[in-house]
Ligand binder design. Structure first.
Ligand code: PGA
Length: 243
């Protein structure tokens, strides 16, 4: 493992609390910072902690700007399974962030290529992402960058793997309802962030943690490229660190 700091804690709640400490420090140091945010089950303890700390007056989101990693293609912002809705329900609706300062790729974009270029332009116009939050898929994806022959540089559209659709079907009524495609920041977009925090919890992630951080870098395991970033903090629980 290279420039990656790995911290192993007992439980997913401990992982959420330590990640919240890093976000609290970032926002205290830079009240108008730019955060890259993620969806999924893994960041939920972190988001609960951020909501609690905002309510307690410890974290002020009034000047913070956020960019989410990804969104399902074809889902409206208010669709129950859209990532925009996920962010509203689990974080944005409960903190003092300005709605116009939160960005999620538009699942209904009429011109996706223009939306991708605009997303990248907007991140650049904000000065780039200061702190990027990541989870990891069982196939090693970050955002929705699935295993492939190269590392996609910019925001783009992807065909989801069968494994990813299977993993995410728990949120939908059936597998058939899980979209086939999605929009995601590129691996290059993620790697341009100044700092990266990746959270990995659960025994089912032990194998991919080992392949991503203790094996050679390969686009077949997209998260492995994080070994080449200069400031990555990997926070995991004991179950995920099992390998
Ligand atoms: P999870 O998703 O946190 O729900 O496991 C992670 C991911 O797919 O990136």
């Amino acid at each position: 493992m290279s420039g990656v700091r790995m911290i192993v804690l007992d439980t997913p709640e401990d992982v959420g609390r330590l990640a919240a400490d890093l976000f609290e420090m970032e926002i205290a140091a830079r009240p108008a910072c730019v955060l890259g945010l993620a969806t999924g089950s893994t960041p939920l303890p972190l988001y609960r902690e951020l909501v609690a700390r905002n309510k307690a007056g410890r974290i002020d989101f009034s000047r913070v700007r956020t960019f989410n990693l990804d969104e399902y293609e074809g889902l409206a912002p208010d669709h129950p399974q859209s990532y925009r809705r996920f962010m509203q329900e689990n974080l944005f609706d409960h903190i003092n962030i300005r709605p116009e300062n939160t960005r999620v790729p538009d699942g209904l974009a009429a011109d996706p290529e223009a939306m991708f270029a605009g997303y990248e332009r907007e991140i650049g116009a904000c000065g780039g992402i200061d702190l990027q939050l990541l989870g990891i898929g069982h196939d090693g994806h970050i955002g929705f960058n699935e295993p492939g022959d190269f590392f996609p540089p910019c925001t783009h559209d992807v065909t989801l793997t069968a494994q990813t659709r299977e993993a995410n079907k728990r949120f939908f009524a059936s597998l058939d309802e899980v979209p086939l495609r999605a929009y995601t920041m590129g691996v290059g977009t993620v790697m341009a962030a100044r700092k990266i925090v990746i959270l990995i919890t659960g025994a089912d992630k032990a194998d991919i943690l080992q392949r991503a951080f203790f094996a050679p870098v390969t686009p077949q395991v997209p998260a492995s490229v994080l070994q080449f970033h200069h400031d990555v903090t990997l926070i995991c629980d004991r179950a995920a660190a099992g390998r």
